[in-house]
Design a protein around this ligand. Structure first.
Ligand code: NI
Ligand code: MN
Length: 226
């Protein structure tokens, strides 16, 4: 499994020969827009955790280019289906076996309106059980006891957690989350994009290190392999 970071919560995941884009927000991200060309992105699926603009901005453009299937909560899926896109609706607690592995839509504590204020359903996260590795994409969320449910069923190899604070968990809560998740390896996301979520990278890494966790912060466009 190869995971590439495009800033904020935007990722691409290559697994079992399929390409998954998560929460594409690139053309509007001052940190990414000159580094990542959305036309070049490959996608068989686009996973959307919730309807906020910093998670869906480029979903339509990428879906048009690639004919990717948009996978999200019921309300977001219906929003894109009405515009003619191929979708797969899910809801909390639900699993579906895709050709890249098992996907579960799990709880997140956040909000989910579209940029025009219309209802975007409830926010969520995703657990992907891939060919050899399992990952959790928290999406935007607070620390929540529901995270303790995930390792009851899935041994995680990586947790992708927001660490920017203000709108989501900050560093201290993300360390507690990684304990709840029983996961030692964390990819930090949702930081530095705007003033409210700027973090000190060295301080963040040291806090995770002191808690015997490994925090990975990727440069935009760079990847990790699991
Ligand atoms: Ni959000
Ligand atoms: Mn966000």
């Amino acid at each position: 499994m190869k995971i590439t970071f495009y800033g904020q919560n935007s990722l691409s995941i290559e697994v079992s020969g399929k390409n998954i884009i998560v929460d594409p927000f690139i053309s509007g991200n001052p940190l990414s827009k000159d580094k990542v060309d959305i036309v070049s992105l490959k996608a068989d699926y686009i996973l959307l955790t919730h309807a906020h603009e910093d998670h869906i901005l480029d979903a339509e453009a990428i879906a048009k280019n690639t004919n990717a299937k948009i996978v999200s909560n019921y309300e977001i899926a219906m929003y894109y289906q009405a515009k003619g896109f191929d979708v797969h609706p899910m809801n909390h607690g639900g699993n579906w076996k895709f050709d890249f592995g098992n996907l579960k839509f799990v709880n997140a504590v956040h909000t989910s309106s579209f940029p025009d204020g219309s209802y975007g359903g409830q926010p969520g996260g995703f657990v992907i059980e891939g060919e050899h590795k399992n990952i959790y994409i928290a999406g935007d969320t607070a620390l929540t006891m529901d995270m303790k449910l995930i390792p009851l069923q899935t041994k995680l190899d990586l947790a992708i957690l927001p660490i920017g604070d203000n709108f989501t968990m900050g560093i201290d809560d993300a360390i507690l989350a990684s304990n709840f998740l029983e996961c030692e390896k964390i990819l930090g996301v949702h930081y530095d994009t705007f003033g409210f979520i700027e973090i000190n990278h060295e301080e963040a890494k040291k806090k995770f290190f002191d808690a015997e966790k490994d925090l990975i912060l990727l440069d935009i466009g760079s990847s990790l392999e699991l």
